[in-house]
Design a protein around this ligand. Structure first.
Ligand SMILES: NC(=O)c1ccc[n+]([C@@H]2O[C@H](COP(=O)([O-])OP(=O)(O)OC[C@H]3O[C@@H](n4cnc5c(N)ncnc54)[C@H](OP(=O)(O)O)[C@@H]3O)[C@@H](O)[C@H]2O)c1
Length: 323
């Protein structure tokens, strides 16, 4: 039997809470230690999620033996906290976006390779059954050539200008926070675009509140993508091919349902019920990689993270989003 993987957490915020909850449904994962800028918050978190250790600063996490650390701080701190782990020889699953820009991601990857330590971006949607089914359908060829992909992610965010969504110092803005999901889907399905158009509406704090994107590809496909903190949108993804379409139902980035529509045929619905948030699938991939002694995932390799941050940088450039 494979051994249990002991997780540590850096940053006891909202996403850490969901991840810790999903870890309980995995076969091999256990939350072992949590570190926070507040000892009281770490202790409270540890109590709720049965972690053995709680620390009031991130460095102390390395005083106990953890097999892997989940970095769950806001994006501008991903580089610093990932390097902290890698320099301690500890494998890392770091939240998306991996870094604020390509140079940060390259630094993380170079360090992981130099130290020979496992590293992966927490692009959890790559591992969802709905994503795997979508890829399987596309690869089967039933849709023919993909002509265009439409995807959006929007919700009405609370206008707290100090909070993570709107605060520039915390890496605020719709593109990096939620636009990354439609962008990643386009990258996964259509590859890297040959032309990028993007336009943003900015909040008074200077972060993008809405960003609309139009990508074009060498094979004459397009992608029409949108993200916003201004209102609730459908949060659906539709991939249109010459012979039919696939709908990844709302909210597409955490979908439990995919429908295949082929011309003159009854739609085929694929349901993927689950009672987790969906973070267990990425955790399972980390467990499998660590148990096999791998330094990166073959399903979501570091080269995929590099392409993704490059595309985010180029989209920001087109939309004139600066930090
Ligand atoms: N995969 C997903 O579905 C998903 C969903 C939401 C967010 N995320 C990503 O996860 C990261 C965290 O998001 P979140 O929504 O969990 O944020 P959050 O609720 O604000 O939590 C972030 C935590 O980071 C720590 N932190 C360290 N330095 C900080 C600083 N200067 N300001 C604020 N917090 C600081 C704090 O924890 P302590 O004080 O306890 O150390 C804080 O609670 C972001 O990069 C985001 O993109 C991913």
């Amino acid at each position: 039997m494979e051994k249990k993987i002991k997780w540590g957490i850096i940053g006891a915020g909202r996403i850490a809470e969901k991840f810790a909850s999903d870890l309980k449904s995995t076969t091999y994962g256990e939350l072992f230690a949590v570190s926070s800028t507040s000892l009281a918050r770490a202790q409270d978190f540890a109590l709720r999620h049965d972690a053995k250790h709680a620390f009031g600063n991130y460095e102390e996490l390395f005083s106990v033996e953890v097999d892997v650390v989940y970095v769950a701080t806001p994006h501008p701190f991903h580089l610093q906290h990932t390097l902290l782990c890698l320099n301690n020889g500890t494998p890392v699953l770091c939240e998306k976006p991996f870094g604020m820009e390509e140079s940060e991601v390259n630094q993380m990857i170079t360090t992981a390779r130099e130290k020979k330590v496992f590293l992966m971006e927490a692009m959890w949607t790559r591992f969802l059954p709905s994503t795997l089914k979508t890829l399987e359908i596309i690869q089967s060829g039933v849709l023919g050539k993909i002509i265009t992909l439409h995807a959006d992610f929007g919700f009405k965010a609370i206008k707290d200008f100090e909070g993570r969504a709107y605060n520039q110092k915390l890496g605020g803005g719709a593109l990096l926070d939620i636009g990354i999901y439609p962008i990643y889907l386009s990258l996964l399905i259509l590859g890297y675009p040959s032309a990028i158009k993007a336009s943003s509406i900015f909040a008074q704090t200077g972060v993008d509140e809405t960003t609309s994107m139009l990508f074009q590809y060498d094979n004459e496909s397009t992608a029409l993508l949108n993200c916003t903190f201004g209102c609730d949108t459908n949060c659906e993804a539709i991939i249109y091919g010459e012979l039919g379409k696939i709908t990844i139902h709302t909210k597409f980035h955490e979908s439990k349902k995919v429908t295949l529509h082929l011309k003159d045929q009854e739609p085929v619905v694929f349901d993927f019920p689950r009672d987790t948030f969906g973070y267990n699938y990425e955790a399972d991939e980390v467990h499998a990689c660590l148990q096999a002694g791998k330094l990166e995932s073959e399903i979501f390799p570091l080269s995929a993270s590099q392409k993704l941050i490059h595309l985010l940088d180029k989209t920001r450039e087109a939309a004139k989003i600066f930090y």
